[in-house]
Design a protein around this ligand. Structure first.
Ligand code: PHE
Length: 460
């Protein structure tokens, strides 16, 4: 309700500085969104859930749920200008409700740390694949050989632990260096280069893969192949791929200058993220069918299909190395945002230096990540609830915490915050505001609740 000018206060600023331009913000959020989620996870869960119908539901979730949640997160972040926990507490109070909303911020940070714990392990795989590509390991290999290379690698827990350590170490380093010097520079060239390389690969998939079969797998919805659990997976993926519900976008929003259009920036990010995911799938599935691989192969899908293709194409060593370098970069820029949320919290709450806060967060993530490292080898047979430790961390975050966190964020933005506050952030009460308000107030919360209850079987 409080309008800063009306209350005669100086506008709030963030302790950590602001983005140098609107483009820097868009790039940073896009960098956070585009990552393993688009290129590694989307194809593999689309494959596991039968393709077309899953893709359709995913797109609906991205635009009807993901977009309004993203706008809500940015507007909350910018209004509070602090870390997610402090922002939620501050706004909860300011809007005449309760400081307890801080738990929503905390939930996001917890989700982020859990996700990063396995994300870092998979990102480590891409690092190892850079090395393998450079050494020409994939040149001329058959499908069975690539599969063996993957299984031998993931079966070796020391190798996984090493690359996991390397990845989380690099991430910690950049976050410790701080916003301007670290984050902005890292994201500026990564997204455009990745896009270019994907387009080149698409060219290859069109000419050398079973392109028509791949496209039909992705674009022909067969609803009998889709379960409610698959719908929940699609919704979880929408949150995951846009880095929503884990404090990252809220933390970035806190550094957004007042004049920037939140709706415009969000739409740009969501579209860029969607294009990259679809591109990745359009590259992977033609190769899957051309090589008689199994679309439901699981976590290894990208790590088997792409090296196989690289191994057969001219200049494959260069393309493969470049591709895995870029993928590692994409993962890295995603990880930065998530870690930023936790670090901003520790710095503001406990007055630690950024370096200390980043080291503590990185150390914790590393430790939890060892559970995922072992899920592919030593503890591969240790299964409970939904499978291995990795399966459970993934399930808990993507299918439970992120939707819950997204639900609470939209409820807060569209029901608890008064219209003056939200309209102030979203640039007036025009038609785009009304559309956001409708989606965030009714459509997104209702959809999240229905999908969740259906998937756990509560609605029969
Ligand atoms: N949005 C990121 C992606 O699609 C996912 C992510 C989530 C990354 C959480 C880091 C942490 O890859």
């Amino acid at each position: 309700m409080l309008n800063e000018e009306a209350a005669g206060k100086a506008p709030r600023t963030s302790l950590h500085g602001h983005w140098s331009s609107r483009m820097a913000f868009i790039l940073a959020v896009t960098g956070s969104a585009v990552g393993l989620g688009n290129i590694w996870k989307f194809p593999y869960i689309a494959g596991e859930n039968g393709g077309g119908a899953f893709v359709l539901v995913y797109l609906l979730c991205v635009f009807l749920i993901g977009l309004p949640v993203m706008m809500s997160e940015i507007l909350i972040g910018r209004r509070g200008r602090r870390n997610p926990v402090a922002t939620m507490a501050l706004l909860g109070e300011e809007e005449g409700h309760s400081r307890r909303w801080r738990w929503v911020g905390a939930l996001g940070i917890i989700a982020g740390i859990l996700i990063l714990s396995y994300y870092s392990v998979i990102a480590g795989w891409t690092l190892a694949y850079v090395q393998k590509s450079l050494f020409g390991v994939f040149t001329g290999t058959t499908a069975a050989q690539v599969d063996t290379i993957f299984k031998n690698f993931t079966g070796n827990w020391v190798a996984l632990a090493f690359t996991h350590t390397l990845f989380i170490g690099c991430t910690t380093l950049v976050v410790a260096r701080g916003l301007e010097r670290g984050l902005e520079q890292a994201v500026k060239f990564m997204v455009p280069s990745l896009l270019l390389l994907l387009l080149a690969l698409l060219g290859y998939a069109i000419t050398s893969g079973s392109f028509a079969q791949g496209v039909s797998f992705l674009m022909t919805p067969d609803f009998s192949a889709l379960t409610w659990d698959g719908v929940l997976a699609a919704m979880g993926q929408a949150f995951f791929t846009l880095s929503l519900g884990m404090g990252a976008v809220m933390a970035y929003g806190a550094y957004l200058p007042k004049e920037t259009s939140i709706a415009g920036a969000s739409v740009a990010v969501v579209i860029a993220d969607t294009i990259i995911a679809i591109l990745a799938a359009l590259i992977i599935f033609p190769l899957v069918f051309a090589n008689n691989l199994d679309p439901a192969e699981g976590e290894g899908l990208v790590f088997v299909t792409l090296p196989l293709a690289f191994g057969q194409m001219p200049g494959g060593v260069v393309f493969a190395s470049l591709f895995f370098v870029l993928l590692a970069f994409a993962a890295w820029t995603s990880a930065l945002g998530v870690m930023e949320a936790a670090v901003a919290f520790l710095v503001e709450r406990f007055y630690r230096t950024r370096a200390q806060a980043a080291t503590m967060t990185g150390g914790l993530i590393w430790l939890i990540g060892l559970g995922t490292v072992l899920s592919f080898n030593v503890l591969a047979e240790f299964k409970f609830l939904n499978g291995t430790i990795y399966d459970n961390v993934d399930y808990l975050t993507s299918k439970i915490i992120l939707p819950l966190s997204g639900l609470l964020i939209t409820v807060f933005a569209a029901w608890v915050m008064c219209r003056n506050s939200t309209a102030d952030e979203l640039g007036g009460a025009g038609s785009s505001y009304r559309l956001w308000h409708f989606l965030a107030r009714f459509v997104a919360p209702a959809a999240i609740i229905v999908i969740f209850l259906q998937a756990v079987g509560a609605l029969g």
